[in-house]
Design a protein around this ligand. Structure first.
Ligand code: UT7
Length: 325
């Protein structure tokens, strides 16, 4: 039976120019390259310039995705920006991205699911495209986490960085068969009982300040492998694929040890897992499209490749997207 699927037409990314290496971090807090590398796999992170906002990063990534898609901005009718570090409390970062790109049709809004934001945004766009409400969507993950870090807290400030990535999705008729291109399944989960394990200690409705990121890293780690593996397995069961049939896993980039744990649990080889965090750290909602972009540039995504994206973040929120390139 013919179906409408959201086909990925283009991908793009942007990282700010300024780089802080682990050696630079050791000048800021009591840490060293050996600890950060061994515990996380991170070697460097990018930091937005003073005059660069989250929307600027998102615009740069979106421009590249649009060029690669061959789709004109005037044909886009949905812009979703996943971010936990918006330019302003309101309006949404997505509306500035929309206007700067010259998109005038349809709707633009932000999604807040922290590190799972890109997965939540892809699922939202996919559902709008499948129902026929919109035709072409720009889905962006953009963050300036450097602005909400406590730069005196070594347990968090070494982990995060700034960046953005974007994809262009287009509603296309497909056969409803196994070889269909586009998004094949999405799985989203949240559990607010874990809200105090990873949060920001400020906000307009509570402290009237922006606040700083706080995390119980050990506890988050403990949940991450189990919850992410669970949502991947659910997505595979829904679609009838085995873990080793996936050509490339493009996970949220938080910690290389979490990614190793997931690979072991699923029984898939490290060559199937895209790991890019060494050069940009944890960029929250931007990390999946940044990794997807690197996979594209390294020619690891061919037409027909099965790609599984997954994430877990504050909330907790977690989820997965299975797509055929
Ligand atoms: O993107 C959202 C999801 N986030 C995540 O997935 C993050 C999940 N958590 C993690 O990635 C890891 O838990 C961390 C990388 C945050 C920490 O690694 P860990 O192996 O769990 O270390 P730990 O928190 O158990 O700390 C071990 C030791 C502590 O010292 P003591 O108490 O054993 O003396 C920390 O004080 O390491 C110390 N430590 C550091 N030492 C040097 C913590 N941060 C640092 C640091 N440099 N930057």
């Amino acid at each position: 039976m013919a179906v409408i699927r959201s086909v990925i037409r283009g991908v793009g990314a942007y990282l700010p120019k300024r780089i802080l290496t682990n050696a630079d971090m050791a000048k800021i807090v009591d840490t060293d390259d050996a600890w950060i590398t061994e515990r996380t796999g991170i070697k460097a992170r990018h930091i937005a310039a003073d005059d660069e906002k989250t929307s600027d990063l998102g615009i740069a990534a979106a421009r590249q995705a649009l060029i690669r898609s061959g789709i004109d901005p005037v044909e886009i009718d949905l812009v979703i920006c996943a971010t936990a570090t918006p330019d302003r409390t309101f309006p949404a970062t997505a509306v500035r991205i929309q206007s700067e790109l010259g998109v005038t049709k349809g709707a633009a809004f932000d999604i807040q699911a922290v590190c799972s934001g890109f997965v939540f945004a892809m699922a939202t766009a996919d559902n709008f495209l499948k129902t026929g409400q919109f035709k072409r969507a720009l889905v962006i993950g953009a963050e300036t986490f450097s602005r909400i870090l406590d730069w005196s807290d070594r347990t968090t400030c070494v982990l995060f960085g700034d960046g953005a990535g974007a994809v262009v999705l287009e509603a296309q008729p497909q056969k409803g068969a196994r070889e269909d291109r586009g998004i094949l399944a999405t799985t989203l989960r949240s559990d607010g009982r874990y809200g105090d394990l990873l949060y920001v200690d400020g906000g307009p409705g509570s402290t009237k300040t922006v606040g700083h990121l706080r995390m119980n890293g050990r506890e988050v780690f403990r949940h991450a492998v189990q919850k992410i593996s669970g949502v991947i397995e659910e997505t595979l069961v829904t679609t009838g694929y085995a873990a080793d049939e996936i050509d490339l896993y493009v996970p949220h980039q938080a910690n290389a040890r979490i990614l190793d744990g997931i690979a072991r649990k699923l029984g898939v080889g490290p060559e199937k897992i895209m790991i890019t965090l060494s050069h940009h750290g944890n960029t929250s909602a931007a990390s999946i499209p940044l990794a997807l972009n690197q996979a594209y540039e390294e020619h690891r995504l061919k037409e027909g490749s099965l790609v599984l994206m997954e994430a877990m973040g504050g909330g907790f929120t977690w989820g997965a997207v299975l797509a055929r390139w």
